[in-house]
Design a protein around this ligand. Structure first.
Ligand code: ZN
Length: 414
């Protein structure tokens, strides 16, 4: 079957290439170094025998595995991203292999006294006896999402080497800049030409996601009036007090730290205030479309109410939609989730279906016409030094990809 050492070697060859993205940059990819991995992946796809291998001017890598059956099968795609998060350095990644994990503390770095402990990260205990790949405590690992790339590459190689497994045409795409929210921005959905796709970008084994937040940002600009404090009576308007009223008028318990599952929130991310002007930055999140609209309305109403108490427009609001819940686009084609679920069960992975409290490239792609649920890639503790991935989870993800291809082909046989 799929060899552990092949997975480890391939994964290591990807994570040791620094591909950190940069939100300050305006180019695509946002950092030149992402080309290093993009070109390597394109070369490997050619060597392994994939067709239509292309790398475009923005470093999106696409390739095809032609169908090996006579009947008509929908074209399915698999997508992952090769950049790593700017939250933590991805330079000089030195993966450590922990074989036959014993369920105890893992010393990531003796000199710096950095320990990956199941006392704090209890998920570790479900991988007792497995092979874990960790960092050396000084960088992130990049399993997000080089585990996904490793899995897609290995699955394509496996299908090429095992032509008796029936499958339709399969498209793969590796994107830059997902971590800065732009992975889908220059994704050519038409050129990709798939009927649906899966991002291999989830966390623990079994995750299958097709619901995410509806998301908007709100910038609240409150203007006051600055006057010498000694002569301020009935003249000064302190914008910071108006801001305080504004903040206190939103439901205090509907914030990230008080909500879970499908509960939405207002999140105050920043305050910049002086007497003359205060700017509040919020993000608004809700899985439910109507609740999402109601939250935006609540902000508007509140601004209108405060303005009605002042002689002039004290509060200005700017609300921008960021992304939407993919559920709306996936539900009409629910069989694409069912196939993934069936594939997981067929390879003895228990599906964990839950709403994402965030967004994914898949949600943007779904609204661009490519319905795209998200499947586990296997890693934990993304974007930091405690990131790790069990090799066994990566192997299961490869099996899930292969099974999805097979099941899809079988389903369309007549
Ligand atoms: Zn990711």
């Amino acid at each position: 079957m799929i060899s552990k050492s092949n997975i480890i070697d391939r994964f290591t060859s990807y994570v040791t290439i620094d591909t950190e993205s940069n939100p300050e940059s305006e180019t695509t990819p946002s950092t030149k170094k992402q080309w290093d991995l993009a070109t390597k992946l394109a070369d490997e796809l050619k060597v392994m025998g994939m067709a239509e291998v292309e790398i475009d001017e923005n470093a999106y890598v696409m390739a095809s595995l032609p169908t090996n059956v006579a009947h008509k099968v929908p074209v399915i795609g698999f997508v992952s991203h090769f950049d790593t998060s700017p939250d933590f350095t991805g330079k000089g990644v030195k993966p450590q292999i922990v074989e036959d994990y014993d369920g105890k503390d893992i010393i990531l770095n003796e000199d710096l006294d950095i320990v990956l402990s199941p006392d704090y990260f209890e998920d570790l205990l479900q991988y007792k006896g497995q092979t874990l790949i960790t960092t050396d405590g000084t960088t992130l690992l990049g399993a997000d999402d080089k585990a996904g790339i490793t899995e897609i590459m290995t699955a394509m190689e496996y299908l090429i080497n095992n032509p008796e497994i029936p499958h339709g045409k399969i498209r793969v795409c590796f994107t830059p800049d997902e971590e800065i929210g732009r992975g889908a921005h220059k994704f050519d959905v038409e050129k990709f030409g798939a009927d649906w796709a899966y991002t291999m970008d989830g966390s623990q084994i079994g995750e299958l996601e097709y619901e995410n937040f509806n998301a908007a940002s709100a910038k609240i600009t409150i203007s006051g009036k600055i006057v010498h404090p000694g002569y301020a009576k009935d003249k000064m308007i302190n914008s910071m007090y108006i801001a305080q009223d504004f903040i206190n008028s939103l439901p205090r318990m509907e914030t990230p730290e008080h909500t879970e599952d499908r509960q939405g929130f207002f999140h105050l991310t920043q305050i910049n205030g002086k007497v003359d002007e205060t700017v509040l930055q919020y993000i608004i999140r809700d899985h439910d479309k109507n609740h999402f609209a109601a939250r935006k309305e609540m902000i508007e109403d509140l601004a209108a109410e405060i303005n009605s108490q002042h002689a002039r427009e004290a509060v200005k609001i700017e609300i921008k939609d960021q992304y939407f819940n993919m559920k709306e686009k996936v539900e009409p084609v629910m069989h694409i989730v069912d196939i993934a679920e069936e594939a997981m069960k067929a390879v003895k992975v228990t599906p964990i279906i839950k709403p994402i409290r965030g967004g994914t490239d898949g949600s943007q792609l779904s609204y661009m016409g490519l319905p795209c649920p998200n499947i586990f890639a296997g890693g934990h503790n993304f974007h930091g030094r405690y990131e790790y991935v069990p090799v066994e989870s990566m192997i299961k993800a490869v099996e899930v990809i292969v099974k999805i291809a097979e099941i899809t082909s079988e389903k369309y046989k007549d």
